[in-house]
Design a protein around this ligand. Structure first.
Ligand code: DAT
Ligand code: MG
Length: 138
């Protein structure tokens, strides 16, 4: 079954820079459905769960601190191969090297060491999507 759902987050830098509409427009233009949308400042507990795979890495704490620094827009997006498709729309993790035409490549700024400020998150597998949607929309 190719129709699936993914979790997209517009991170605090995207919300603060008023890029939410542009980012969601790209998702819709690609043909994906915005099934549910929530805007709130996530708790440390939620973020530690969400980023559990990165626990212990040097960027873990700065990442969690950044993500709780302001409102995030969480989106349940649905469509044919949307997990892979949104990762492709988002572009590579680092805005500096993300390809032009991608969200991070077109809109992301070079923040030096602050790689975490890369505008968006997208689930990276069906297992991650199911787990993350449960956390953010459960
Ligand atoms: P992605 O968001 O592309 O899935 P990831 O899951 O490897 O990337 O990392 C999660 C976030 O953590 C990422 O969006 C930005 C931050 N990050 C990743 N690698 C980093 C690094 N080397 N230094 C600082 N922040 C990093
Ligand atoms: Mg990831």
């Amino acid at each position: 079954m190719a129709t699936e759902e993914t979790l997209v987050l517009v991170k605090p830098d995207g919300v603060a820079r008023s890029l939410t509409g542009q980012i969601l427009a790209r998702i819709e233009a690609k043909g994906y459905e915005l099934v549910d949308i929530r805007k709130f400042t996530p708790s440390r507990e939620l973020l530690v769960e969400h980023y559990a795979e990165h626990d212990g890495k040097p960027f873990f704490e700065p990442l969690v601190e950044f993500m709780m620094s302001g409102d995030v827009v969480a989106v349940r997006a649905r469509g044919n191969r949307v997990i892979e498709g949104f990762r492709s729309l988002a572009g590579a993790t680092e805005p500096t090297t993300a390809a032009p035409g991608t969200i991070r490549g077109d809109l992301g700024r070079d923040w030096g060491l602050k790689v975490q400020q890369n505008l968006v998150h997208g689930s990276d597998s069906t297992e991650s999507a199911e787990r993350e949607l449960g956390l953010w929309f459960g």
